[in-house]
Ligand binder design. Sequence first.
Ligand SMILES: [Zn+2]
Length: 423
Amino acid sequence: MNNSRIYAARYLLPINTAPIEDAVLQVAHGRIVAVGRRQELLRQTSGLPCTDFGDAILLPPLVNAHTHLELTDFPQWAKDAELPTSRSDFVDWILNLIRIKRGLAPGQMAISLRHGLQQLLRCGTGAVADILSQPELLPEYAGSPLLGRIDMELIGRGLVAHQPVMARAAHWLQQERVGQLAHGLSPHAPYTVSQELLSEISDYAQRKAASMAMHIAESVEEVELLHQGSGPLADRLYTRVGWPPPEPVGGAIDYLQRSDALRPSSLLVHGVQLTADEIRRIAVAGASVVLCPRSNRQLSVGRAPVEALVCQGVNLCLGTDSLASNSSLSLWDEMGAALELYAPVLSAVDLLRMATMGGARALGLSGEMGCLTAGSGAHFQVVRPDKLPAMADLAPFLCQGERGREVAHLYLQGVDVLKDATP
Ligand SMILES: [Zn+2]
């Protein structure tokens, strides 16, 4: 039993099974060996070194399935640029984002990315699917204990754009990974990536066995552009960046399927405007959808059709998106907002599952992270609130939001990564 240790707490949420009271978690060599009631595991764990967290809740780390950590300092940048705080619509938001990114001094985005990595850990996040637009920032992830992946943002319309975009994709996938984070590709959105370019990216990702994430069906402006080739995106974004007028391509899922980009590993972000038929096709393909309720609310793009997504059995997970459209990177806060917006279709138990197991599955981390079960990696967090609820009330209690401030420990690969973190 070399290297074996147990962790005890009043409550333990395995997520894949019912909560356990007076529980222990046994780990050895960076893996979970056993989970159960202290009494039941007494014989096999007696004599092992024990860390007892006392009146606390032990559960898997959260998986933030969509963010752009390089934009973490966006609120400060917007303040410095004296941007109007009220936006009139989705296209204004995009144009402001472009303007602010272009006005940044060298090094600002690197600092911002580092802030994002720190903030994720502090609120109990163990894995992330991050979108990066500046490949030279890769070294900033070095030393981060986070699992998951970094997807390179790819944008291009018009045939001249293909060669440099594909060179960027190839360069990114050839780069050696830093830490535990894999490299994937993120064709940005149907309104910023032409059908032909998406086909090339999708084909390349398949040949390289790389993951893909894409913003899909986020706004009504996107739907109008795809169906009619016109609207505010064509009038204001396309003219601003000098793209030729768009051709109508039909719905977002038609666009994905025509380029063979709807696959089990596809991570579809937002999905607010999806139709029932499109949701059925996502379910058949086995792709995952990342819901970002607070970003959707802040940008006033609507509410995702969770009724149909749940009914069709689509794998759902949660993401914060960036701080350009959200107020924190805490998935605890995201669960709180999701409960308000999606109840009673999604319960607190459903949301906890989405924020852990759903996210792990979407990121290809099932078996490694997402639930506390024998054989999984030794990844877990400890939440220590002022007052514990009764066991029956644990899930709603955890989804009240703000639990992120009560994360006392975050263990990744068996190591408490918050131990020496600055508050
Ligand atoms: Zn996003």
